[in-house]
Write a protein that binds this ligand. Structure first.
Ligand code: GLA
Length: 360
């Protein structure tokens, strides 16, 4: 049995595919895979959350797009391992999860990485975690068809308990930074707004293209190379200016947050989180009404900072909250949602947790 956690991205959104910085941490909820070798070359997949029907495909005949739906994530991982020359054969994978899909907590990377570790484990292959993360991204980009970056897979595979992971997405290097909320008398609440997102939809890809267009127009390889926002005056399209400004300022916020965490000042990162949200809402335009309302309600009730987390267009908000204000923040968010006639969000504290592992 293998298990991979979901992640919360503390800060650094839509920076990964721009070769920039991000600072995710793994959470307690995740995806489990019980796995066994099969001699008949079939990849047989079943999921407790998906009705327990079995999706069965010969491993050698996996091609992008088939199977589709939830099974594309583990099947895509098998396909990516094989395409990279790792000799895997048939396997039965039974999947169970306590992480909701579409909540912006990286259920897809958790599923890919749990399946990838299981397949590598069954066939006794030594696949370094950085390589497995890249194969997970390949599965998602080329098999599932979602043009995502590498942050989620790296977070799921490399995070450590009690720490965030400062990722340099240009090199793929991750550095643990202390993130001990309890010791600071704080909590990181995850507010699942219940609005659901789909990263295979066009908006995520549009943002990605806009960033590439902006980089090209400024004559740089990636937006990571731009650190001075005054360079934006080289752009004429106001939309590209906003998109690029988000990425440039967000990279700075990630580095500032990491520095504060290293210096033991978790209590001071709140304004960076809130500024990140404003930038995602106004410049990158990937927030959604429930997220904006949750952020505003949390801040009004004593949160030190709050922001949407993940790709956007639905999913979750995080709020950094003094332990004593947790009940007030929760009540304020619930009241706001009730007033608007929205479903009551799930609200739970997230603990920075260990990355993926073999259970037995
Ligand atoms: C999704 C993608 C990531 C990243 C975030 C936005 O989670 O899977 O690669 O781009 O959105 O930061």
């Amino acid at each position: 049995m293998w298990r991979a956690p979901g992640r919360v991205n503390l800060i650094g959104e839509h920076t990964d595919y721009n070769d920039g910085f991000a600072l995710p941490f793994a959470i307690g909820a995740g995806v489990c895979v019980a796995a066994a070798v099969r001699e008949d070359g079939i990849l047989a997949l079943t999921s407790r959350q998906q009705g327990e029907d079995v999706v069965a495909v010969p491993v050698e005949s996996l091609v992008p797009g088939k199977p589709g739906g939830w099974a594309a994530y583990p099947a895509g991982m098998a396909w990516a391992l094989l395409s990279a020359g790792h000799p895997i054969g048939g396997a039965s994978l039974a999947i169970d999860a306590d992480l909701s899909a579409g909540a912006g907590l990286s259920s897809s990377a958790a599923l890919e990485c749990a399946a990838g570790l299981a397949l590598a484990g069954l066939y006794q292959l030594e696949v370094p975690r950085a390589e497995l993360a890249a194969l997970g991204r390949r599965a998602e980009n080329d098999f599932v068809g979602a043009p995502t970056g590498l942050m989620d897979q790296l977070a799921v595979l490399l995070c450590q308990a009690g720490h965030g992971l400062l990722l340099d997405c240009r090199t793929g290097a991750g550095t643990a930074v202390p993130l001990d909320t309890a010791a600071a008398g704080l909590g990181l609440l995850v507010i699942d707004t219940r609005a659901r997102h789909e990263l295979t939809g066009g908006e995520y890809g549009n943002r990605r293209h806009a960033c590439e267009d902006a980089a090209r127009a400024m004559g740089v390889q990636s937006l990571r190379e731009v650190t001075d926002a005054s360079v934006l005056s080289q752009l004429s399209d106001p939309v590209l200016i906003r998109r690029a400004r988000h990425v440039i300022t967000e990279n700075r916020r990630v580095l500032d947050a990491a520095e504060l965490l290293r210096a033991g000042h978790l209590d001071r990162i709140g304004p960076l989180l809130t500024a990140s949200h404003s930038s995602l809402r106004d410049d990158f335009e990937v927030s959604w009404p429930e997220a904006d309302a949750a952020v505003e309600a949390a801040l009004g009730a004593g949160a030190l900072g709050a922001r949407m987390t993940g790709g956007g267009f639905g999913g979750s908000v995080i709020a950094l909250v003094p332990a004593a204000a947790t009940a007030d923040v929760t009540a304020a968010v619930w009241a706001t949602f009730a007033r608007r006639g929205w479903r009551r969000p799930d609200i739970a504290p997230a603990e920075p947790s260990p990355g993926a592992c073999r259970l037995s």
